[in-house]
Design a binder for this molecule. Sequence first.
Ligand code: FES
Length: 110
Amino acid sequence: MSGFEEFDVTVRIWRQAASAEAGVWQEWQVRIPRGDHVLNLLAAVRRNGDPSLCFPAHFCKIGTCGACALLVDGRPALGCRALVKEPFVEVAPPRGRMILTDLLAEDAPH
Ligand code: FES
């Protein structure tokens, strides 16, 4: 089944300790099933690249809670719904939210 064929992905991720800190892009190469979700891609980075990577990992994972809102290739997306089909993916925190750490963010105070 080609939908589950593994392939190598370069993932570029925005790392930032907190909203007030400077951020930096970092890249990793991971091997995942083609068409897997972005959250699973991030989990592969944490497992095989950097265990300190923070991202929203413990929420509904069915596209209803909105906790996994991210920018994927510059566009707003849900990490549990966005599929990885290309060999390069860029992931950043969502716009308009306060960054807690890396890709973890919460609604900014009004
Ligand atoms: S984890 Fe709830 S919408 Fe993605």
